[in-house]
Design a protein around this ligand. Structure first.
Ligand SMILES: [Zn+2]
Length: 221
């Protein structure tokens, strides 16, 4: 890891150009982990102990000394099929350092429906490359990027994908003290000119996921 950084314009999610700052560094491996049950009773606000959505202990899931995360940014791949490994390949082919997202939730076409894949970016607690163009690159520097495989312009994500998203987002928000109003779709980011994550998934985020999360963070239920 030599720490050199370059600015580059890239096409994100099939919509619009964005600019990201990329480290020039050695490639790493993706960690593909099976989706596990999440015990929310052990992951209240500010709590970093307990099991993660991948079923691993926190210490095994991500590097010590986590970034000061402020946002959770939800994307769709705008493709019918995909996986963390496939997107990692595509992102590298564009000249990115590696998979731009921290997590990918599969849809059954490229990986098991509802599986949460943990990217190396998350495990190393690295800035994101998924939501450029915001002031001070805020949403990349402090935004956890989650991509659901699929195109949610006309149809919604699968039930298993939504269940996995809810568990993952609830866990991340509770663990890193991220309020519900900072769980956003890519299109909600300042200066965004994209329909990502698609109107159907965006509706779910705004009308179901955020209210449910706000209630959980307030009441623990
Ligand atoms: Zn996006």
């Amino acid at each position: 890891m030599d720490g050199r950084r370059t600015w580059m314009s890239i096409l994100c999610c099939g919509f619009g150009l964005m600019t990201v700052q990329c480290d020039s560094q050695r490639s790493g491996e993706l960690s593909v982990l099976p989706f596990g049950e999440l015990d929310l009773s052990r992951s209240g606000p500010g709590q970093r102990r307990g099991r993660t959505p991948s079923g691993q202990a926190q210490a095994e899931w991500a590097a010590e000394g986590h970034r000061p995360w402020r946002y959770i940014v939800i994307h769709h791949s705008a493709t019918q099929r995909g996986s963390a490994a496939l997107f990692d390949k595509w992102h590298r082919a564009k000249g990115w350092d590696e998979l731009g997202y921290h997590f990918v939730i599969d849809n059954g076409d490229g990986g098991p429906d509802g599986r949460i894949e943990v990217g190396r970016r998350w495990r190393t607690q690295k800035w994101g490359a998924h939501c450029g163009g915001t002031p001070n690159n805020e949403y990349n520097n402090y935004g956890i990027g989650i991509c659901l495989v699929g195109d949610f312009s006309r149809r919604g994500a699968s039930r298993r994908q939504l269940a996995a998203l809810k568990r993952l987002v609830t866990y991340l928000a509770a663990t890193y003290n991220i309020p519900a109003d900072r769980v956003v779709g890519h299109c909600d980011a300042p200066n965004a000119s994209t329909a990502c994550p698609g109107p159907r998934l965006h509706d779910y985020v705004r009308n179901t996921l955020r209210p449910d999360l706000a209630r959980y963070l307030a009441t623990g239920k």
